[in-house]
Design a protein around this ligand. Structure first.
Ligand SMILES: [Zn+2]
Length: 320
């Protein structure tokens, strides 16, 4: 949105300074802490989202492309200020998607970038094992961003070596390269599953490293098996009933208390209603402003939701 300041009255009193307009760029994890990120002018703004914090913001105007990022240069704004559809989970136009380094690696368009990569197994639920790679410099950020309930790093190597290993493991059927967000979210009702998590990661690692024995990788046969169930606030599973945000209108507001942050999803307690599940990718590309939050019925506006209920299957503690 371009602000046009009519200048018809040169001696007018200064206009009250508007609340700062920020282009929300989504949720990122910084050293195991989640924050909503926004750019304001050239500055990056962070809103920490730990459980217990309050989130209160409004947005308005057309949804815009958030630009692209690359190592070393950070974020470059979209040259076209392209418009993005309200329900898209990726707030980047095709041109920015093409320039984005992380997407290029994910889409196999970069063969080697001279950096070191970690090969990991991530666990989302019984039967949902994923194999993936992430830059060593990124630490565990990628694993937290995708909401890996459990994970273990099984090897490191160059990008071509790590990618070849990833393809080998996924081709064997041991683990997949991706799971849909919906499947991951529904699996939260079946948590916790501590033993299943540990045994799947441990057995998966043994099998994966066996099939990668002749690959040029530094193998980690004894790395830690990380269980994020409690860290993500899923020690008792997901709420039995909640409303999931499906899309945001061109303008609206949200106010509530953050109950849990799982990957890029937030469970939000809102005044007088069922908990809300928000995929923060829907906020990316929105011009947001913080709003006063006096807990007095600001509530939720301009948000389309659907009710989700835990199926009976998950109410049965032991099936076998
Ligand atoms: Zn763009």
């Amino acid at each position: 949105m371009v602000d046009v300041h009519a200048n018809s009255n040169p001696v007018s009193v200064p206009a009250p300074s508007p609340a700062p307009d920020r282009l929300c760029t989504g949720l990122s994890w910084f050293e195991e802490k989640p924050a909503l990120t926004a750019v304001e002018g050239g500055d990056l703004r962070l809103k920490a989202l730990s459980p217990g914090t309050r989130l209160a913001l409004s947005w308005s105007g057309r949804r815009r492309c958030i630009g692209w990022t690359a190592p070393g240069t950070g974020r470059t704004p979209c040259a076209e200020d392209a418009e993005i559809g309200g329900a898209a989970t990726l707030a980047q136009c095709p041109a920015c998607q093409n320039r984005d380094h992380g997407l290029a690696v994910a889409r196999d368009r970069i063969t080697d970038d001279g950096r070191s990569y970690q090969l990991y197994l991530a666990w989302f639920a019984p039967g949902m094992l994923k194999v993936g790679i992430t830059g060593v410099q990124r630490g565990v950020a990628r694993l937290l961003e995708q909401g890996a309930i459990g994970y273990t790093v099984i090897a490191t190597g160059t990008l071509p070596a790590a990618r070849r290993a990833e393809i080998t493991v996924s081709a064997s059927g041991l683990a997949k390269e991706r799971y849909r967000s919906r499947a991951k979210v529904e699996a939260w009702w079946g948590l916790p599953e501590t033993e299943g998590l540990r045994s799947a990661l441990s057995e998966g690692r043994t099998k994966a490293l066996r099939m990668l024995a002749d690959h040029t990788l530094d193998a980690f046969p004894d790395g830690p098996l990380v269980d994020n169930t409690t860290f993500f606030g899923l020690g008792d599973g997901a709420p039995a009933t909640y409303r999931e945000v499906e899309s945001l209108d061109d303008s609206g507001s949200l106010a509530g208390e953050v109950r849990a942050v799982i990957g890029k999803h937030l469970f939000l307690a809102v005044d007088g209603g069922t908990p809300l599940l928000l995929d923060t990718r829907l906020l990316a590309g929105r011009h947001t402003v913080p709003i006063a939050d006096d807990s007095n019925g600001i509530g939720v506006a301009g948000v389309r939701t659907a009710e989700r209920r835990r199926p009976l299957l998950y109410d049965t503690p032991t099936l076998f």
